[in-house]
Design a protein around this ligand. Structure first.
Ligand code: SF4
Length: 373
C-alpha cells in the first residue's frame, strides 16, 4: 500500500450545475435559462467529460455530499441525471452515508424520474415551492400552481423519498403577514423534513428589479418583513423544526449536510457552467459562457485565497449557523470586533463558541461586515 492509500481521504462536496429552466422566473438572476433538448444533451455530454477530467481528485478525496442545483435539474431526462451520478460514482469514491440532493421544480418531476433518482441513490429532494398562494406564484413567474406542487410532493413520498426540503420565500410584492401564515397552514401539515425560507432580494437585471426597485410602497415594509421572518421562525420551531441557520430549518437529524459543509468551508468541487470549487484554499470558478462550455472549455478563474480571506470566510459563513463558531486561532485578529458586538448584544459567547443573538440575526449583514477588512 502506498502512503497515500494509508491516509484518510478528505471529505469533498460535489455541486453539479444544471443551468436550464422551463422559463425564467421574474426575480431570478441565477445562471439559468430555457434551452432546447439538443443543447441539454450536449451540455450533459460535456459535464461527463468535465467529471472524467477531474478524476485525479479521487486520490485525496472521498465524496460526502452531491448536490444537483440550478436552474432546474429535474428538467433533464431521468436517464441524463442518473448518467451524471453514475459517472461521479465511477470517478470518485463515495462515503456510505453520502447525501445526494436533487433540486426539483413541481411540474418537471414525474413518477418515472423520481423512481429513477431513487434507484440511482438520490436520497434528498428539494422542491422550489416559494408560496402556496397561486396569485403569488403567478406574480413570481413560477411554472406551477400549489396543486401541482402537492402532486409532485406526494409523488416523491410515494417514490420513497424520506428527506424532502421545501423552499419558501417571503417579502414578496403584495404579500401580507396573513398570506405568509396561509402558506404555512398549507405546508406544515405535509411535514417536510426541511424548510428553507428566504426573503426576496431584488437582483439587478431582473424584471422584478425594474418593476419594484424605487417602489417600496409595492413591497412589504421592513417591519412587516421582519415580522414575517419572526412568525415563520416561531411557527416552525413550534412544529419541532430546529432553526440551524439564518434561513434554514430542519427536523432533528435532517439539516442539509451539503449546505452545512459550505458554511463550514468543507472543500467542494463544482461541475457545470459558472460552478465554483474550493480546494486547498484555492477558489476556482468555471467558465460561465454556455457556448464556450459546450465546446469543452470548462476552466474559468482561479484565485488563491490569502490567509486573511480564509479567516474572513470562516467568520461570515460560519456565523450563519445558529450554533456559531469556535473562533480558534483567528480570535486574535478579531478580539476588538467580538467585544464590540458582544457589548451591542449582537453576538454572544458560550462554551468557547460565538454566535449571533436573535438581535444579531436581524442585522446579520452589519455583523458579518465587521469581520471583513
Ligand atoms: S426555477 Fe429557479 S433557477 Fe429557474 S428561473 Fe426560476 S428561480 Fe431561477
Amino acid at each position: 500500500m502506498t502512503e497515500n492509500n494509508n491516509m484518510a481521504k478528505r471529505p469533498l462536496e460535489i455541486y453539479v450545475h444544471i443551468p436550464f429552466c422551463v422559463r425564467k422566473c421574474a426575480y431570478c438572476d441565477f445562471l439559468s435559462a430555457p434551452a432546447s433538448q439538443e443543447i441539454q444533451e450536449t451540455y450533459v455530454t460535456q459535464l461527463l467529460q468535465e467529471i472524467v477530467a477531474s478524476k485525479q481528485l479521487s486520490e485525496d478525496y472521498e465524496v460526502s455530499t452531491v448536490f444537483f442545483g440550478g436552474g432546474t435539474p429535474s428538467i433533464l431526462k431521468g436517464e441524463q441525471l442518473c448518467d451524471i451520478l453514475r459517472m461521479l460514482r465511477r470517478q470518485f469514491s463515495f462515503r456510505n452515508d453520502v447525501e445526494i440532493t436533487v433540486e426539483a421544480n413541481p411540474g418537471t418531476a414525474d413518477m418515472d424520474k423520481l423512481r429513477q433518482y431513487q434507484e440511482a441513490g438520490v436520497n434528498r429532494i428539494s422542491f422550489g415551492l416559494q408560496s402556496a398562494d397561486d396569485q403569488e406564484l403567478k406574480l413570481l413567474g413560477r411554472i406551477h400552481t400549489w396543486k401541482q406542487f402537492l402532486e409532485s410532493f406526494w409523488m416523491a413520498r410515494e417514490a420513497g423519498f424520506q428527506n424532502i426540503n421545501i423552499d419558501l420565500m417571503s417579502a414578496l410584492p403584495g404579500q401580507t403577514i396573513e398570506s405568509v401564515h396561509r402558506t404555512l397552514d398549507r405546508v406544515l401539515p405535509l411535514s417536510p423534513e426541511h424548510i428553507s425560507a428566504y426573503s426576496l432580494i431584488l437582483e439587478e437585471g431582473t424584471p422584478f428589479y425594474t418593476r419594484y426597485k424605487g417602489h417600496p410602497e409595492l413591497l412589504p415594509s421592513e417591519e412587516e418583513e421582519r415580522q414575517m421572518y419572526y412568525d415563520i421562525r416561531e411557527r416552525l420551531r413550534a412544529c419541532g423544526y430546529e432553526h440551524y441557520e439564518i434561513s434554514n430549518y430542519a427536523r432533528p437529524g435532517y439539516a442539509c449536510r451539503h449546505n452545512l459543509g459550505y458554511w463550514e468551508r468543507t472543500e467542494y468541487k463544482g461541475f457545470g457552467i459558472g460552478a465554483a470549487s474550493l480546494l486547498k484554499d484555492v477558489r476556482y470558478t468555471n467558465q460561465a459562457e454556455l457556448a464556450e462550455y459546450l465546446k469543452g472549455n470548462f476552466a474559468g478563474m482561479e484565485e488563491r485565497l490569502t490567509e486573511q480571506a480564509v479567516r474572513e470566510e470562516y467568520f461570515f459563513l460560519g456565523l450563519r449557523k445558529t450554533e456559531g463558531i469556535d473562533p480558534k486561532e483567528y480570535r486574535v485578529h478579531y478580539e476588538e470586533q467580538i467585544q464590540k458586538l458582544k457589548t451591542q448584544q449582537l453576538l454572544e459567547e458560550k462554551d468557547g463558541r460565538i454566535r449571533l443573538t436573535e438581535r444579531g440575526i436581524d442585522v446579520s449583514n452589519y455583523v458579518m461586515a465587521q469581520f471583513l477588512d
